[in-house]
Design a protein around this ligand. Structure first.
Ligand SMILES: [Mn+2]
Length: 337
């Protein structure tokens, strides 16, 4: 197939989405102008639908990577995919997020190949790699780093790997900026990853810029942490604005806490992370969220706790204290983990 007729829509938010695209560029020679970035809501999602419905060519192949579905937008996305396919194009979908059987069944009517659904072994980029690409050493390394970054990054043992993954993640956060389907900065990043150069100057410089911009915000959070000790477990709670959650929670863990909770004061989006030996997702579940044992999240509703106010934050801390005292929100895992 002529690579000019292969298109990719990939998730914009992290290394997994970027590496998925990079594998296609690297192995199938997909031109970078055919790589598009999307997310789950807002204008970018609307633009994605417009792209699919406005696609005039036939005989093209669309590969969707590291992008799942949600109940809110499912039927509109399905219709857009259907219209793309009806023009005489093909669709392949590689994703590792949670899909319901019904969603798989309905979307499958409009796809030629689907590898989707919760996957404990492979992230999105690894699926693209395994199913579409030839194996070689450099690609193996891209897949290895991407896997580490996508599955519990808290548990990464190698300091070198963790540093690289932190930097690349921060670079992506910065380069995304105001999201757009054709984001030229992310396209450039994808090209460097495709060359196997995760440590490329362009990426490292973007990570530095992120640090420069975020440093005062990060410092502010670190300077006003609320530290709680409960049954020998050190819990640290932080509030702030416009910082990358993975970054601030890593810092909070490095600061000595066993469990960390970071909440965005404006949106209420919150992340919970913990050291390998303690399971903390019970906190997120109790607050209406979910996730993995050492990495989870939830959203605080402003009507419950107004985190932009001191009184709201105080009330929230009280709630966390009650959850911890209750004894069900956290669980010690075997020390061998
Ligand atoms: Mn992913």
């Amino acid at each position: 197939m002529d690579p000019n007729n292969i298109y990719n829509i990939t998730h914009s938010s992290d290394l997994d989405g970027m590496s998925s695209a990079a594998f296609l560029v690297r192995n199938l020679s997909v031109p970078i102008k055919n790589i598009y970035f999307t997310n789950y809501g807002g204008e970018l999602f609307e633009d994605t639908l417009k792209f699919l419905k406005g696609f005039r060519k036939s005989g093209s192949l669309l590969i969707i990577s590291d992008y799942g579905v949600n109940n809110k937008t499912f039927s509109r996305l399905k219709d857009a995919i259907a219209s793309f396919k009806l023009r005489g194009n093909s669709v392949m979908w590689f994703d590792h997020h949670l899909w319901s059987d019904k969603q798989v069944g309905e979307m499958a009517k409009h796809c030629d190949l689907m590898v989707v659904g919760e996957n404990p072994n492979c992230c999105g980029a690894e699926l693209v790699y395994r199913f579409l690409c030839e194996r070689n050493k450099k690609s193996d390394e891209i897949a290895r780093i991407t896997h580490l970054s996508d599955f519990d990054p808290v548990l990464i043992k190698s300091v070198k790997d963790r540093r690289l993954i932190d930097k690349v993640g921060n670079a992506i956060y910065y380069l995304r900026g105001h999201e757009s389907l054709e984001n030229p900065r992310l396209r450039r990043l994808v090209l460097h990853i495709a060359e196997g150069r995760l440590g490329h100057r362009y990426i490292m410089k973007a990570a530095e810029t992120y640090y420069r911009i975020s440093e005062p915000r990060l410092k502010k959070v670190m300077g006003s942490l609320v530290k709680i000790k409960c049954g020998g477990v050190k819990v640290s709670v932080g509030f702030g604005k416009k910082v990358r959650h993975q970054d601030i929670t890593t810092r909070m863990l490095d600061d000595g806490a066993d469990i960390v909770i970071y909440c965005a004061e404006d949106s209420g989006h919150s992340s919970v992370r913990s050291k390998a030996w303690v399971e903390s997702s019970g906190i997120s579940f109790a607050l209406g969220g979910g996730g993995h044992p050492n990495a989870s999240g939830f959203t605080v509703k402003k009507s419950d706790f107004d985190l932009s106010r001191k009184s709201g934050r105080g009330k929230f801390i009280k709630k966390i204290w009650e959850l911890l005292k209750g004894g069900k929100a956290i669980r010690r895992l075997s020390p061998s983990r």
